[in-house]
Write a protein that binds this ligand. Structure first.
Ligand code: GLN
Length: 444
C-alpha cells in the first residue's frame, strides 16, 4: 500500500497508465497468509514490479502507448511476467511509454508525456520513461521495460537509476509487443545492480515460445571478488560534437581514476561511430514497418469503418498511429523498397556485420567497454521535439549494444552541475552478464 499511495500522490508525473490497486493488495494479502501458514515463498515475494505498456499481462490492457490498441487486452502472460509471478512478485501497474517504444523522451505517447521526478520541466528519457520514473520516484521497486536502441539505459541515465539491457536472447521476447525483433530485449530498472541481477536470473532463459531465447543459464551470485578487470574505451566517443563538455570531462576523469584503482585500462581504436546511428535506424524502421503491418484495423485494436477494405486500413492507420510511428513506417517501407534495398538495407547489414567482427576483436582484449550513455543530461520537455534527426543522433552510445546483441548497463554515478544525474554505460561480451554485473558492482 506504500507504493499505491506514492503512485496516487505522484499522478502528475504520468508514469503509470493504470494501477492494479485491488488486485495488488489482494495478492499481497494472499502472500502474507501463505507466509503465516508456514508455506515457502518465491524468491521475489513482496517485490513490487511495474510493467512497461508493451509487456503482456493476461487480462489487462496493453496499448503500447498507442491509440491503435487503446482497448486491447493481453490474452496471455509474457514469459518474463509468468516467471515473476511464479516467484511471487506483485505486479502493480502498467507504465507509460513512447508509442510502440519509438522515442527517446517519452513525448511520443498517445497518453501524454511523463515528467522527470528530479526536475519536472525535463523529460525522463524514453522510450521506457514511465518505467524509469516509477523506480526513480519510488512508485515501485522494479520496472520491466524494453530496450531496442537504448530505451532502458537512456531513461535510467536521465533519472539516476540502474538500467540493464541483457544480451539479445537472454530473456524471451514472448509477449512483448515487437518494434524491431532482431534488436528488442526486455530490460530491468532497479535501484541497485544486485536487484537487477536477481530479477534477470528469474526472467532469463530458454523458452519454447521464443526460439531466440538462449539455453545458456544465467546465475547471479551477488558478491564477486575483485579481479583486475580489463576495461577499454573508445577515445572517439569524446569527440562527438553533441557531447556536453561536463559529461566528457567527468567520464574521462573517471576512466583515469579506474586506472589508479588497479583496473587495466586501454584505448580502443574505433572509427565507425558515424555509421552506427544510420545503420540502426535503417534496420529498425525496416523491421518496424513489417511488425506494425498487423495493425490493420481488422484483426484487433481500433477500427475506422469505411466503404472498402483498403480505405478501412488506410483510415485506421492514419488516424490511430501517431506521427513518429507513421514517420518510421514510411522510412522502413522506403528503405525496403525495390531499387533502394541495396543502397540502404544491404549497406546497413554490412555495418552490422563489421561491428560483430569488431566486438570479437575487442572482447579478446578487454572484459568490458565503458562509455557515456547519452551525450547530454535530461533535456527540457519540448526542446528537441521538432528535430527528429537530433533526437536520433543522441542514441549514438546506446545503439551499439543492440546492433551487436551484447549486454549493457547504465549505472548512476554522476551528478551534473545543472542538478541532473547521469550514468556510466558498461558493455560486456555476448551472454557475459556475469562479468558485466561483477564490474558494475565494483564501480557502483
Ligand atoms: N530512441 C531509440 C528509438 O527511438 C530507442 C528505442 C528503444 O530502445 N525502444 O528507436
Amino acid at each position: 500500500s506504500y507504493y499505491i499511495k506514492n503512485i496516487e500522490q505522484n499522478k502528475h508525473l504520468n508514469a503509470f497508465l493504470e494501477i492494479y490497486k485491488e488486485e495488488a493488495l489482494e495478492r499481497a494479502a494472499l502472500l502474507d497468509a501463505k507466509r503465516k501458514a508456514g508455506n515457502a515463498l518465491g524468491k521475489l515475494h513482496g517485490i513490487v514490479i511495474g510493467l512497461k505498456d508493451v509487456i503482456s499481462f493476461k487480462g489487462h490492457k496493453l496499448s503500447a502507448g498507442s491509440r491503435i490498441l487503446e482497448n486491447f487486452q493481453a490474452v496471455y502472460n509474457a514469459t518474463a511476467v509468468e516467471r515473476l509471478l511464479q516467484e511471487d512478485a506483485i505486479i502493480i501497474g502498467r507504465q507509460n511509454c513512447d508509442e510502440f517504444a519509438m522515442g527517446s523522451s517519452n513525448e511520443n505517447s498517445a497518453y501524454g508525456n511523463v515528467l522527470n521526478a528530479a526536475d519536472n520541466s525535463r523529460v525522463p528519457g524514453g522510450s521506457s520513461g514511465g518505467s524509469a520514473v516509477a523506480v526513480q520516484a519510488k512508485l515501485c521497486m522494479i520496472s520491466l521495460g524494453s530496450d531496442t536502441g537504448g530505451s532502458v539505459r537512456q531513461p535510467a541515465d536521465f533519472c539516476g537509476v540502474v538500467g540493464l539491457k541483457p544480451s539479445y536472447g537472454r530473456v524471451s521476447r514472448y509477449g512483448v509487443i515487437a518494434y524491431a525483433s532482431s534488436f528488442d530485449q526486455i530490460g530491468i530498472f532497479a535501484n541497485s545492480v544486485e536487484d537487477a541481477g536477481l530479477i534477470l536470473e528469474v526472467i532469463a532463459g530458454k523458452d519454447d515460445f521464443d526460439s531466440t531465447a538462449t539455453k545458456d543459464i544465467f546465475k547471479f551470485s551477488g558478491q564477486h571478488e575483485k579481479k583486475n578487470f580489463k576495461i577499454g574505451y573508445f577515445p572517439a566517443t569524446f569527440n562527438h560534437p553533441g557531447i556536453d563538455p561536463e559529461i566528457a570531462v567527468t567520464q574521462k576523469n573517471f576512466i583515469s581514476h579506474l586506472q589508479k584503482e588497479g583496473f587495466e585500462v586501454s584505448q580502443i581504436e574505433f572509427d565507425l561511430l558515424d555509421y552506427i546511428v544510420p545503420a540502426y535506424y535503417i534496420l529498425t524502421t525496416a523491421e518496424a514497418s513489417s511488425n506494425l503491418a498487423r495493425y490493420d484495423g481488422l484483426k484487433y485494436g481500433a477500427q475506422q469503418p469505411a466503404k472498402d477494405l483498403n480505405e478501412q486500413i488506410n483510415l485506421t492507420r492514419s488516424q490511430f498511429f501517431g506521427k513518429e510511428v507513421q514517420r518510421r513506417i514510411m522510412l522502413g517501407t522506403f528503405v525496403l523498397s525495390e531499387g533502394y534495398y541495396e543502397a540502404y538495407i544491404t549497406q546497413a547489414q554490412k555495418v552490422r556485420n563489421i561491428l560483430l567482427k569488431k566486438i570479437k576483436e575487442i572482447f579478446a582484449e578487454v572484459d568490458a567497454i565503458v562509455s557515456p550513455v547519452s551525450p547530454t543530461t535530461a533535456f527540457k520537455t519540448g526542446e528537441k521535439n521538432n528535430d527528429p534527426i537530433a533526437m536520433f543522433l543522441a542514441d549514438i552510445y546506446t545503439v551499439f549494444a543492440n546492433l551487436t546483441g551484447i549486454p549493457a548497463i547504465s549505472i548512476p554515478l554522476f551528478k551534473h552541475s545543472n542538478g541532473m544525474p547521469f550514468g556510466l554505460q558498461i558493455m560486456a561480451s555476448h551472454l557475459n552478464e556475469v562479468t558485466l554485473l561483477a564490474i558494475s558492482e565494483h564501480l557502483a
